[in-house]
Design a protein. Structure first.
Lengths: 249, 249, 249
C-alpha cells in the first residue's frame, strides 16, 4: 500500500494527479490519502504528526510524504527505510522524529538521496513528478539502490522528542499536540489557550462544553470539548503551545 | 462494494485509516466514501439521510455507518441485514428509518450484536478498530454469525417517518430535508427560514435568486436557489425546520 | 483510467455515487477525481482549466466532465474524442478550449451526441445517471457509435484562446489564470487585484508577503504570494481579471 501524507489540500488537482501517477506506475497497489492537510509548509509540526500516524501502518507500507516549503530550492530528496516501512520525501526535518524513534528502538534506519530524475521535472510539483514515481517503484519492489545513493540525512537535534504545540486540528475542532500519551503523566494538567486542561477518559465523561485531554487513537495527547470545538473555545491553531503543568501548579 | 457513511470529515486521517483497514482486510473489494460529512454527532438527522441514500445501492453492498457520539460509552455495536444490504454501526437510531422502511416493505430485517473485538480497541475510534474490520469480513463473505449474536435492535418509535428538518447542506448550499418526495404533495408549499417555498421542476425554471423545492436525485425534498445558496439566503443549518404548509395557508 | 473533472464539491454524496457507478460498470478501471471543485456552474472558466489539466493525461484516458448549470434543460450530452482521450459531458462550452487546441494541433477531434438513456434519469444528477455510465462503457472499450450519433458540437468562437481571468484558487490561496505560460512573455507584468505583479521562478526567490506570477506545473500562469495567500492579499475570486500590462506600463 502507498500512503500519502501531504499538505496539498483536499481540493484541487494535486492529490488526484499524484494518485494518477501512482495508479499508472504501480498498477494494482492501493494508494490511500492519509493526510492531505498536514500542517501547510511546516515540516516540524508535520514530523510529530507523521511519526505518530506512520507507526500504525504495517511493515511494507510506502509513505509518500510531501510537506515541502523548499520545493524549487536546494533541499535534497530522500528515501528512508525504517522499521520495515519506506518513506519518500524532502530533506527538511519531516522524517526527524520518525528517524529518532526508529533509532531508539535499535532498528537503525537507512537513508538514500534520490538521484533519479524524471524526463520533465516541474519547479513546483515534485510530489507528482519526482516523489510519486519513486514511491511507485518502491511499492512494486524496486530497491532504493536502483534510483538513489546511500547518504546520511540531516538531523534536527534541537527538536524535542515530544512537542508541546498543536500539530493538527481536525474536522470536529479537536486539537492534537505533538506529545505522545506515554510522555505525559496520566493525571497531568495542560496549559493551553489560557486554560488549565485536565484529562478525561472519554467525551461522555465530562460535562458539555468542558475542555479535556485524552490520548487519541494514534497515541497523541489531544484536546477536545464535549459537544464543542476545542479550537474555537481555546483559540487554537497549528503551533499554539500546550504545556504540561508542574504537578503542584 | 463497501460504502462509508460517516461524520469523520473529509480532512484528517480518519477516512484514510478506515480505507486502509478495508483495503487490507478485504483486498480487491472497492471501498467508496459516500458521506464523510453526515450530520456530526446527530444520529437522528443522519438516519433520514442514510435511509434515502442507502436505498440507491444494490443488494450485496456493505454500508459502514459511523455517526457515533456515544463512542466509548455503553451503546452496542450492530450488524443489520435489510433488503439485501449489510449495515455495520452503532446502536443509536442511525438505522431506525432504514429498518422501518424495510419492515414496511415486508422484507423484515435481521440484526446482530457484534461480539467480536479486535486485539486493540481504541476508546475513540471504533470506526477504524471495530466497525471497519467487521464490514471487511462481511464484504469478503463471512456470515454475521461468525462474529455477532442475533439480537433485537433498540427502536426509536417516536421519530416520524419523514422529518421536517434540514438533514444535509451540500457544496452548493442546497438544503436536503428528511422528507421523501412521495410524502409531500407535488404542489405543497414549505415554511422554511421564514419564507414560503413553492416547488419547481428544475433550477432553470425559476428566476435567479428565488428559493424553491424539488425532489432530489435520491428522493428527498431539497430546497435550493437558482444561482444562489439556499443555506445563506434562508439562514439554514442542520436541524432547521422545514414544514409543509396547510393547503390553504 | 477514468478521470473526474466536476464542480460537485468534495463534500456530500456526489463524487461517491459517481465513483460507485464507475466501479460497478467498469470493474478494475481506476477512477480518480482530479477536480471536484471546478468553477461551480461556470463552464467558461472551467474550459480553460480542463484544457490545461486534461493535456497532462495519456492517450486512452476517459475524462468525465460535469460543470453543468443547464442540467434539466435542453443542452445536449456529448462524447468528444481528441488527441486520443475521450471526454464525456454537457454541451455548454466546457470542451471549447480543448477542442480548439486539438484542432490547432491538426489532430481533429470527433464528436457524438449521446443518444443512450438510462432506465431512470433524474432531473438533477446526469453526472451519476447519464455521463458516468457512458464514461464507464468507453473505459471498458465500447465505441461511441454504440451509444451516440456523430454530430458537430456547438462552438464558442468569441472566447479567447487564453483567458485573462482567475479560473481556480487552490488550497494555498494560489490563483490560476486561464492564460498559458507560453502565451505570456517571460518578463511580462500582470495587473491583478489592483497590483502590478512581476514574474519569479520560485516561491523562495521573492520576499515573504510579495505577490508574483509563475508558470505552474500544468502550464498555466498562476499568481502566488511567498508565505501568504494571493486570494486574500489581492481580493481574488473566480472571474477576477488578470491582464497582461503593456511592456512600457
Amino acid at each position: 500500500m502507498i500512503v500519502l501524507f501531504t499538505d496539498f489540500g483536499l481540493a484541487g488537482p494535486y492529490i488526484g494527479q499524484v494518485i494518477a501517477v501512482l495508479t499508472r506506475e504501480a498498477p494494482g497497489v492501493p494508494a490511500v490519502s492519509l493526510f492531505a492537510d498536514a500542517p501547510a509548509g511546516q515540516p516540524k509540526q508535520s514530523a510529530y504528526l507523521l511519526a505518530a500516524y506512520a507507526a500504525w501502518f504495517p511493515a511494507g507500507t510506502v509513505l509518500l510524504c510531501v510537506v515541502d516549503p523548499g520545493v524549487g530550492g536546494a533541499r535534497r530528496a530522500l528515501i528512508v527505510e525504517a522499521e520495515g516501512r519506506f518513506y519518500v520525501g524532502p530533506e527538511n526535518g519531516l522524517f526527524e522524529i520518525m528517524l529518532r524513534r526508529a533509532a531508539f528502538a535499535r532498528r537503525e534506519a537507512q537513508c538514500w538521496e534520490i538521484a533519479w530524475r524524471p524526463p520533465v521535472l516541474s519547479a513546483s510539483f515534485h510530489g507528482r513528478d519526482l516523489f510519486a514515481p519513486v514511491a511507485a517503484r518502491l511499492a512494486r519492489g524496486e530497491t532504493p539502490e536502483t534510483m538513489a545513493r546511500s547518504t546520511v540525512p540531516a538531523r534536527f537535534a534541537d527538536w524535542p522528542d515530544d512537542l508541546g504545540e498543536i500539530v493538527y486540528i481536525d474536522h470536529y475542532g479537536n486539537a492534537m499536540t505533538g506529545m505522545r500519551g506515554e510522555a505525559v503523566a496520566a493525571a497531568a494538567r495542560l496549559a493551553c489557550g489560557g486554560r488549565t486542561i485536565a484529562p478525561a477518559p472519554t467525551f461522555s465523561s465530562v460535562p458539555p462544553g468542558m475542555p479535556f485531554w485524552y490520548v487519541n487513537s494514534n497515541g497523541l495527547v489531544e484536546i477536545a470539548v464535549n459537544g464543542g470545538r476545542a479550537d474555537r473555545l481555546l483559540g487554537l491553531s497549528i503551533g499554539s503551545t500546550a504545556e504540561i503543568l508542574a504537578a503542584d501548579a
